[in-house]
Write a protein that binds this ligand. Structure first.
Ligand SMILES: NC(=O)c1ccc[n+]([C@@H]2O[C@H](COP(=O)([O-])OP(=O)(O)OC[C@H]3O[C@@H](n4cnc5c(N)ncnc54)[C@H](OP(=O)(O)O)[C@@H]3O)[C@@H](O)[C@H]2O)c1
Length: 244
């Protein structure tokens, strides 16, 4: 039996647990299991390493804390500073960031090939760092909005100059605003400045149409939720674990 799994704490609602159980069944993948390892302390990773695990996902709060425990980092994980996939190979552990790949593939299929504008990233947390690296690699110029001073825009600045949004046709929500059950919440933007030339990417996937997406659609903008990215990062994990 090959054991894959997820480390984090707490681990009550895990998308990955359900996703891989269904994948193994649907694709008739034999002798594989995906287990949840809710470890209270990152040092417990040392014990897990001894248990002959085939591959791990990493979630909150360990995406950054895991790094010193790994033997190697892939270049994107290194640049982003966060790991959500661990590959084990001949006793060596290597960290990857599959959010990077999940977002990149999904963004490329969402945007028209002739997209030629700038992006605005909302939020400065862990996911925002992976999104920034993708935009750098795709040569899409971007700015960042935060509740805090010291970034490109605060939400107050955007609201006092709505016309700024005409320079940013791609707007990416990396904040948790709008996630079930607080489905009425959305980032504090001047939505009236959106047009049919805008593309709104929400990393939130529950509900499937968020308040942010609804406000964009009402002005004719194209919208996408975070489900494709989520599935993409899970499939990338599987590919990384099974690389020869
Ligand atoms: N679809 C996917 O595959 C995928 C992958 C990763 C993450 N996600 C989702 O993306 C979201 C962010 O994840 P994360 O790991 O980056 O979380 P995080 O590290 O907690 O960061 C979220 C950022 O959002 C901003 N924020 C938080 N609360 C806010 C509020 N009440 N109002 C306005 N801004 C707020 C903050 O930035 P400022 O302090 O700068 O304002 C914060 O740093 C979560 O909903 C997560 O589920 C989805």
């Amino acid at each position: 039996m090959k054991t894959y799994g997820l480390i984090g704490y707490p681990l009550e609602h895990s998308f990955s647990g359900k996703y891989f159980a269904e994948k193994f069944k649907k694709e008739n993948i034999q002798n594989c299991e995906y287990r949840l390892f809710p470890i209270e302390n990152i040092q417990d990773f040392e014990n897990l390493k001894q248990q002959n695990i085939a591959g791990l996902n990493v979630t909150i709060p360990y995406k950054e804390q895991i790094i010193p425990y790994l033997d190697e980092l892939d270049e994107h994980a290194k640049a982003i500073g966060a790991v959500n996939v661990i590959q084990f190979n001949n006793g060596k552990s290597k960290g990857f960031n599959s959010d990077y790949y999940g977002f990149k593939d999904s963004l490329l299929s969402f945007l028209p090939t002739e997209f030629n504008s700038k992006a605005l990233i909302l939020g400065t947390g862990g996911a925002s760092k992976a999104i920034k690296k993708v935009l750098i690699d795709l040569s899409i110029p971007f700015k960042v909005a935060s509740r805090k001073e010291g970034f490109d825009f605060t939400y107050d600045e955007l609201n006092s100059k709505p016309e700024v949004l005409s320079d940013y046709h791609l707007i990416i929500n990396t904040t948790p605003l709008g996630t079930y059950p607080k489905v009425e919440e959305k980032p504090d933007l001047p939505y009236q400045a959106l047009t049919e030339n805008h593309f709104l990417y929400d990393l939130v996937y529950n509900p499937s149409e968020t308040a942010f997406m609804k406000a964009g659609s009402a002005k004719g903008a194209k919208t996408i939720n975070g489900l494709e990215m989520l599935v993409g990062q899970a499939e990338k994990s599987w590919e990384i674990w099974n690389r020869k």
